[in-house]
Write a protein that binds this ligand. Structure first.
Ligand SMILES: Cc1cc2nc3c(=O)[nH]c(=O)nc-3n(C[C@H](O)[C@H](O)[C@H](O)COP(=O)(O)O)c2cc1C
Length: 262
């Protein structure tokens, strides 16, 4: 197996970090890799904010669903979907006005643009993850950055056509990674379909969950598969953070789609 595959196949999330700082050179390498990621139309519909201020990190540890390890991560980076830069560029170029003069309808970024920009931001983020891993630097995604729209917008002074897709915490793993304990995934037959979508037959649900049960973080159920799925539903789907995420993302989307073309 080549080194790239070894890096990918042995990656796991890192939430406990050694004190060793990440050097500027390492940070630059990680950022360089992120910016080489594929990007829709080569437009780079994302921005990256390095969070160096400890006050901001401490706040994030609270606003991102109370995850204290964020404050102790040596390197924290925010990935934004970003159409603002292009809108500013479009306006500067006079493109919308020229469009109207030709009798065509100008428009503002909408749902499709947001989704595309999210794809760009996430692909850049994951490329950063793999680059870091290849340098012996672990990482963990923080999806909860999508929560608390009002606070995060203010903390990072985010303009209208941006959206915080994910936060990444980087740091060298506190403990050795000789034999990483990898969380199992669903069996490939449930994930990879041939030619058309294939729903899982309910009789296969216990089989689907066979390896997965007990493999999610903070799993405390040791019961039947149904009890396990119910616990997960409560913890991940109807819990406070998921409701807050839905509220907050709705607000973000309104700032994109509720805007009027002037
Ligand atoms: C979009 C996304 C959001 C995530 N958010 C969090 C988070 O807020 N906190 C956390 O500790 N882990 C978070 N994770 C990490 C997952 O929990 C982790 O990838 C998963 O449990 C599988 O573990 P592994 O990465 O070690 O294989 C997130 C991962 C992704 C892809």
């Amino acid at each position: 197996m080549n080194d790239t595959l070894k890096t990918i196949l042995n990656r796991r999330s890192t939430r406990k970090y050694a004190d060793t700082p990440i050097t500027r050179e390492e940070k630059n390498t990680i950022l360089q890799a992120a910016m080489r990621a594929p990007t829709a139309g080569n437009m780079m519909l994302y921005s990256i904010i390095e969070v160096e201020d400890q006050v901001l990190k401490d706040k994030l540890a609270i606003t991102c669903d109370n995850q204290p390890f964020i404050a102790s991560a040596p390197y924290v980076v925010l990935f934004l979907a970003d159409y603002q830069r292009w809108m500013d560029l479009f306006n500067w170029s006079g493109a919308p006005q020229a469009c109207v003069e030709k009798g065509l309808q100008q428009r503002l970024p909408g749902e499709g643009d947001l989704m595309l920009a999210c794809c760009d931001a996430l692909i850049a983020a994951q490329t950063a993850v793999i680059a870091a891993e290849s340098l012996g630097i672990g990482s963990c995604y923080i999806g909860d950055i999508m929560e608390n729209c009002e606070q995060h917008r203010e903390m990072f002074q985010l303009p209208q056509f941006t959206f915080p897709v994910c936060l990444l915490c980087f740091g060298r793993p506190y403990a050795s990674r000789e034999n990483p304990r990898l969380l199992k995934r669903f069996d490939r037959r449930f994930i990879v379909h041939q030619d058309r979508y294939q729903s899982v037959d309910p009789v296969d649900f216990p089989e689907l969950m066979r390896d997965a049960a007990g493999q999610f973080p903070a799993d405390r159920s040791g019961d039947s598969v149904k009890a396990y799925v119910q616990a997960l539903y409560n913890r991940k789907f109807v819990s406070g953070f998921s409701k807050e995420m839905t509220r907050s993302v709705k607000k973000w989307m309104e700032t994109w789609t509720g805007a009027e073309v002037k």
